[in-house]
Design a protein around this ligand. Structure first.
Ligand code: G4P
Length: 524
């Protein structure tokens, strides 16, 4: 197979959702259908039982997925890279970074809840990145909102037209199945004794007597009426509108009972775009470029107790990767030999010999890789800065041992690079670092890992700030009592106690510009 064929058959995506919508379950089922796992419930991805990507103690204790991994599966000749994003909202920064490495996203909604808070945040990141979104509305086997209401909810809250590709009949105990509009087939939902869904009975003509009898008079008439309404009220689905994010195709189903998942997978592969190139300081790099290149989107330490090391997750942008090849690490200017690239599947890792654009490989980090770094076997280039988010929780880190030892500094630096927390330093040169996070759990993970991995128990002295703003001008707020710090890029930030305080200083100080994100680095 030539490289163009390899590119064409790849799809790299992530699932975005609010916690509990069923992301873990849907991922398992997608892997199950593609044969990557033998049976859902035995080996699974995410946060469940013997979950393959569940490798940190904190995760296991709490049953949540803090970490994220990448699964590569083959289905019908296609290769699907599913980048697992941590579901817990405290770890949203990791999730955001993972979205830098995908070409499309599945937006998963709970049919009883519609668009939720976390969905909105993640949707916005996809929007900023310009990636198309496919919607799966889950849990139809439970009481759900009216499907028209759900479409309306997506449109109103997210500002994107939702076009159903399938349409449900009933919900909860009355859920009868979904009608697939393109193939004009009805997929019946039938509960079996194990609660699982039985193979779909597909009928072509929904006007037939048989289907009327199976659905019942009233639900059948309602379906026909709904479909007519959809035909007249909604624009037709076009791939161009989908890729331009004007519309999102919507599928209905029930991941836990496998219902609607295989149809979804088939359509997903047709709809999702193949690996896209990337805007860089050199211009647009196409996946088919003659050189190998890509970037790190995530660094993870100590993924496996058996291998106490740090892994950089690397998304290939262009060219073919071959084990043992050399590439330049652009930030340091060093040549690195890529001898042990891994494919990572939870606890397991296997060495891979070749990979193509869209694929994710795990590289052992010799300590020089950071999120956003580029490797290239060809020309030198930079990529746009990775998004960083304004933290809302702050603490001073004090070593319990009383001294700022080498291991203490190393731990703080490495966990900062990994993005477990953000590190700020004192503008007056104090050696006590400041850690900052979006969620409480990040601080707990930081503290636990400082002790278990660097043998440095630490105290966290909480600070009263709740907002970070980067200075976007040379003008400083009109007060001498505000707290300033430097981020790891040397940008100055101001720490505030409240939104009110920010507003106050903006009103008081002419020419003051406060930014919610660090100033963009130029690509030049
Ligand atoms: P998440 O990763 O998005 O947080 O969600 P997850 O898949 O863990 O699912 C959250 C809960 O919703 C789980 O139940 C799961 O079994 C359930 N669920 C997922 N898909 C469906 C569905 O299609 N229908 C129904 N009825 N439930 C679904 P739980 O009781 O919280 O966890 P567990 O003990 O079953 O693991």
């Amino acid at each position: 197979m030539d490289i163009q064929q390899e590119i064409t058959r790849r799809r790299t995506l992530a699932i975005i959702s609010h916690p509990d919508a069923g992301k873990t379950t849907l991922t398992e089922k997608l892997l199950l259908y593609s044969g990557a796992i033998r049976s859902a419930g035995n080996v699974m991805v995410g946060k469940h039982k013997a979950t393959v990507s569940d490798w940190m103690t904190i995760e296991q204790q709490r049953g949540i997925s803090v970490s994220s991994s990448a699964a590569r599966v083959e289905y019908d000749g296609y290769i699907l890279n599913i980048l697992d994003t941590p579901g817990h909202q405290d770890f949203s920064e990791d999730t955001y970074r993972t979205l830098m490495a995908v070409d499309s996203a599945i937006m998963l909604l709970d049919a009883a809840k519609g668009v939720e808070e976390q969905t909105i945040k993640l949707f916005k990141v996809c929007r900023d990145r310009g990636i198309p979104i496919i919607t799966f509305i889950n849990k139809l086997d439970r009481p759900a909102l009216n499907p028209f209401e759900l479409l309306d909810n997506v449109e109103k809250v997210l500002g994107i037209t939702a076009i159903p590709m399938t349409w449900p009949v009933g919900d909860g105990a009355d859920f009868r199945g979904v009608y697939e509009r393109a193939s004009k087939q009805f997929h019946f939902f039938e509960r079996t004794t194990g609660g699982m869904f039985k193979a779909p009975l597909q009928l072509v003509d929904i006007h037939s007597e048989q289907i009327r009898a199976l659905l019942g008079e009233v639900p059948h008439a309602k379906l026909i009426e709904d479909l007519e309404l959809l035909d007249t009220a909604l624009p037709e689905f076009t791939q161009a509108d989908f890729l331009a994010e004007r519309i999102t195709p919507v599928f209905f189903g029930s991941a836990i009972t496998n219902f609607g998942v295989e149809t979804f997978l088939q359509r997903l592969i047709e709809l999702a775009p193949p690996p896209q190139g990337m805007q860089t300081s050199l211009g647009f790099v196409e996946p088919s470029a003659s050189f190998f290149s890509g970037f790190m989107y995530k660094i993870q330490a100590n993924m496996n107790k058996a291998h106490r090391d740090r892994i950089a997750f690397f998304r290939i942008v262009s060219g073919k990767f071959e084990r043992g090849m050399a590439a330049y690490h652009m930030r340091s200017g060093k040549e690195v030999k890529l001898n042990y690239p891994f494919q990572i599947f939870g606890q397991d890792r296997s060495v891979i010999d070749e990979a193509f654009p869209g694929d994710v490989i795990g590289l052992s980090n010799p300590g020089i890789f950071r999120v956003g770094d580029v490797l290239s076997s060809g020309p030198n280039f930079k990529i746009p800065q990775f998004p960083r988010f304004a933290p809302e929780i702050f603490a001073k880190v004090v070593p319990k041992a009383g001294s700022f030892s080498k291991s203490f500094r190393k731990g703080v630096e490495q966990l900062g690079e990994e993005g477990v927390i953000q590190i700020f330093s004192d503008v007056h040169g104090s050696p006590t670092p400041l850690v900052a996070a979006i969620g409480e759990l990040q601080l707990e993970v930081f503290q636990a890992r400082m002790e278990s991995e660097y043998n440095e128990p630490v105290h966290l002295e909480r600070l009263p700030f709740t907002r970070t703003r980067w200075l976007g001008s040379d003008v400083l707020p009109a007060s001498s009592s505000l707290t300033y710090a430097f981020d790891t890029h040397g940008h100055k930030v101001v720490l505030f106690r409240s939104d009110w305080e920010i507003q106050y200083y903006i009103e008081q100080t002419q020419g003051l510009i406060l930014l919610e994100r660090p100033p963009e680095e130029t690509l030049a």
